[in-house]
Design a protein around this ligand. Structure first.
Ligand code: IPM
Ligand code: MG
Length: 362
């Protein structure tokens, strides 16, 4: 029997509700596959601002570093939304990424055949869509310095800095090419090389790294064109690799291909060990959804699928991850839906019931 330490950070809004369903499912994995998951739990985001006055405590980061993985719910909500506030719930996720060195964010976008009708796009456009967006996560506009606001004689001013080093681009490109090798062997690198110096550097470095992977096809798209092609020919993409801010925007767009953000897991990874595993942070991309918090409407599948990614990428438990994914497919095939993905002829269930259905199939 193997034992793994996992840090749970349910966070705010629907975070705690969906987290409960993920641990319910993990409990079944423990019994069926004879593992032991030892959990630690920490407040962060708005919950930590209320309790400790800071979104992310040093203790939380220290506990994360002692764990095999962090399972992260969501942060944020109207209560902490004052734009002038000096502490913000988002500091928690940005701090975790930076302090754990999680530079690669993997966001798979797979359109489930039975949910084709839930998207705002036509089913014939969506058919066959199966991509992974790899977003650089610890550089670019989010973290570049200077980053500040000030006032001078001309009025209020603000600056953020878009800066990338060759090394940062090289390592994220390797993640993309290695993943493409396990998939359809196609990488699309996305930049703004027609305007930005960092974009030119990005394209140059991506091309150089690409030469080390002659078996993988590389093409380049400008970010605005990519935004368009995601809607026009989503099924043509395999692996997309891009800088932090572009990745933030494109992944919300890509999530809508799947009909609901409630289905989309993500993994944030740093350096890997020889066996390919390493600490990671796993979170649904849907956010805290304050409008539906506490109503049993939240779709726990993104959180449950994030837990599956955790088993695969940080714990090295491939069969267990695949078992969760096929249980989720089975529940969808059985016609069960949370309200966000409900359609004609389906059975609408609440957050808890959805979690129970997945757990029972394991
Ligand atoms: C995401 C989110 C975060 C980001 C926010 C909450 C800071 O939008 O993970 O995509 O911008 O990275
Ligand atoms: Mg985002």
């Amino acid at each position: 029997m193997s034992t793994f330490r996992i840090l749970l950070t349910p966070g705010d809004g629907i975070g705690p509700e969906v987290m409960e369903e993920a641990t319910k499912v993990l409990g079944r994995v423990e019994r069926r596959f004879r593992h032991e998951f030892v959990y630690d739990e920490e407040k962060l985001g708005g919950a930590a601002i209320d309790a400790y006055g800071t979104a992310l405590r040093a203790e939380t980061v220290a506990k994360a570093k002692q764990s095999a993985a962090v399972l992260f719910g969501a942060v944020g909500g109207p209560k902490w939304d004052d734009p002038k506030a000096t502490v913000r719930p988002e500091d928690a996720i940005l701090g975790m990424r930076k302090q754990l060195g999680l530079f690669a964010n993997l966001r798979p976008v797979r359109v489930h055949p039975l949910l084709l009708g839930d998207s705002t796009l036509k089913p014939e456009v969506l058919e066959g869509t199966d991509m992974v967006v790899i977003r650089e996560l610890t550089g670019g506009l989010y973290f570049g310095k200077p980053k500040k606001r000030w006032t001078n004689a001309a009025g209020r001013q603000g600056v953020d800095t878009l800066r990338y080093s060759e090394k940062e681009i090289v390592r994220i490109c390797h993640v993309a090419f290695q993943l493409a090798r396990q998939r359809r062997k196609k990488v699309t690198s996305v930049d703004k090389a027609n305007v930005l110096r960092t974009g030119q550097l990005w394209r140059e470095v991506a091309t150089e790294v690409g030469r080390e992977y002659p078996d993988v096809t590389l093409d380049h798209l400008l970010v605005d064109a990519c935004a368009m092609h995601l809607l026009r020919r989503p099924a043509s993409f395999d692996v997309i690799v891009t800088e932090n801010m572009f990745g933030d925007i494109l992944t919300d767009e890509a999530a809508m291909l799947a009909g609901s953000m409630g289905m989309m897991p993500s993994a944030s990874l740093g350096r890997r060990r020889k066996d390919g595993t390493g600490i990671g942070l796993y979170e649904p991309i849907h956010g805290s959804a304050p409008d539906i918090t506490g109503q049993g409407k939240a779709n726990p599948l993104a959180m449950i699928l994030s837990a599956a990614m955790m088993l695969r990428l940080s714990l090295g438990l491939e069969a267990e991850a695949a078992a969760i994914e096929s249980a989720v497919d089975g529940v969808i095939a059985g016609g069960y839906r949370t309200p966000d993905i409900a359609g004609a002829g389906t059975t609408v269930v609440d957050t808890r019931k959805m979690g129970t259905l997945v757990a029972e199939r394991l």
